[in-house]
Design a protein around this ligand. Structure first.
Ligand code: UD1
Length: 427
């Protein structure tokens, strides 16, 4: 077992560069299964979820070689549609993209029901609806989703702005005959990144980034070199970490446009923000103001920054609220935040935050990836020492997290803890 130990109340200062986007990487890697020749994917974040995906592709027979820490060469030529019922597929939610990619390329695919963070029911009915609209038969047996089709034919599909379903249907539709139109498509930057990658290797996808995506299928696909976009959630996390410590933090190698919902909220809260071409500086001098925030699909406030922002609001004097509209149960971390002294009342999908109570360090346990990060953010502002368990959640999604925080001046270390601690004096 490992623990992160944070000694709080250090003001963060300085500049760090953001890594490649986790959620784009986890879609572009399986998308490379559809390519007609090897692909080299650059700017991949060094995180457990990427390593799990590489393991899935290797088990499916694809060649995967890291050319350096962040660059992966994928040779899809030897891949086969064998059922992806591996531990690595169970660990990550994005393993569902194997379905769209293999169904399109081979006319059959099978993958274990996805894992990943548990914030309430996370059905895949929209993915299935999309595949069925293209002519596939889909069934779920013993926790495995099977999809097959003699031929896929383009269709109109309505997808309720689901990120996963939009990408999955795009992956299948590039190999469908005729035109597929996805209505109410997700508009997140990682959806656009996957479409850009697929277009780069020869697909014909128009409209990604709007709510209507049009895919002309059966274009011949080649290989190519592609660079993943920067991670907007990692960016937002360091911006919030800067703000919670009253710091002065510049986050670089980013796309500021992706951050508009957060920057406008922080400005509204009287936090100083300076935007550059590929960087944002957060200057949190003086008291910040409380805020009311509601998560929304892009370009609204991202649900993946909801826990981190709630932790920040807990440190600000006054009454704030956070309403979660994307997932039905994404507040599990709040009980842990309360161990640090946060005063939060849950009313349905809204957290009412009575902010400004001085937080004090305690032993806390991450309940999911972003929830774990929220506890670290709270720990950065807390008096004394915060000890975080379940560090593996953090390792799923953030490259060099402790190093980057330490570089900014945080006091954070990782240590092994004995599973059974023998009380002193017994031996
Ligand atoms: C992706 C991201 C996750 C992010 C989320 C929302 C990845 C690997 N994960 O997750 O980090 O929090 O987008 O931005 O990219 N839904 C259905 N049926 C479906 C699919 C989704 O009802 O078939 C519902 C979900 O339960 C949820 C909502 O739609 O309430 C949004 O889910 P979706 O956008 O699909 O998120 P994910 O792709 O799971």
């Amino acid at each position: 077992m490992e623990q992160l130990i944070i000694s709080g109340r250090r003001r963060l200062q300085g500049s760090i560069a953001v890594s490649g986007a986790k959620n784009a990487a986890l879609a572009v890697i399986p998308a490379a299964l559809c390519a007609g020749a090897p692909c080299v994917i650059d700017n991949l974040p060094v995180i457990d979820d990427v390593f799990n995906y590489v393991d899935i592709l290797r088990r499916l027979g694809a060649g995967c070689d890291f050319l350096d820490r962040n660059t992966l060469r994928i040779d899809p030529s030897s891949a086969a549609p064998i059922p992806a019922d591996f531990d690595s597929a169970r660990k990550i939610r994005a393993s569902y993209y194997v379905l769209g990619a293999l169904l399109g390329r081979f006319g059959e695919a099978a993958v274990t029901l996805p894992g990943g963070c548990n914030f309430g029911s996370r059905p895949i009915d929209l993915h299935i609806k999309g595949f069925e609209a293209l002519g596939a038969e889909v069934r779920i047996e013993h926790g495995i989703v099977y999809a097959r089709a003699d031929r896929l034919v383009g269709a109109h599909v309505y997808l309720n702005a689901s990120v996963g379903a939009t990408i999955n249907v795009m992956l299948a539709a590039i190999n469908a005959e005729g035109v597929t139109v996805i209505e109410n498509a997700a508009r997140e930057p990682h959806v656009v990144d996957v479409a850009n990658f697929l277009n780069f290797i020869g697909a014909d996808i128009k409209g990604a980034g709007t709510d209507t995506i049009r895919i002309s299928g059966k274009e011949p696909l080649r290989g190519g070199d592609y660079t993943i976009i920067p991670d907007m959630i990692e960016t937002g996390t360091y911006m919030i970490a800067g703000a919670v410590t009253g710091g002065d933090v510049t986050v670089s190698n980013i796309i500021p446009k992706h951050m508009e919902s957060l920057t406008s909220k922080l400005k509204e809260m009287d936090c100083g923000i300076e935007e550059g071409e590929d960087a944002i500086r957060v200057m949190a001098r003086g008291q910040l103001s409380p805020a009311s925030i509601k998560t929304q699909v892009y370009p609204g406030f991202p649900t993946d920054l909801q826990p981190q922002m709630t932790a920040l609001l807990a440190t600000i004097n006054g009454a704030s609220s956070m309403t979660e509209t994307v997932f039905d149960n994404r507040f599990q971390y709040i009980g842990e935040l309360e161990r640090l002294g946060a005063k939060i009342t849950l009313e349905g999908r809204t957290a009412l935050i009575d902010g400004g109570v001085a937080l004090t360090g305690a032993e806390v346990t991450a309940t999911d990836l972003r929830g774990g990060i929220a506890l670290i953010i709270a720990g950065l502002s807390a008096y004394g020492e915060t000890r975080l368990n379940n560090v593996h959640y953090v390792d799923r999604g953030y490259e060099d997290f402790e190093d980057k925080l330490r570089y900014l001046g945080a006091d954070i270390t990782r240590r092994e803890t004995a599973v059974f601690e023998i009380p002193a004096g017994i031996l």
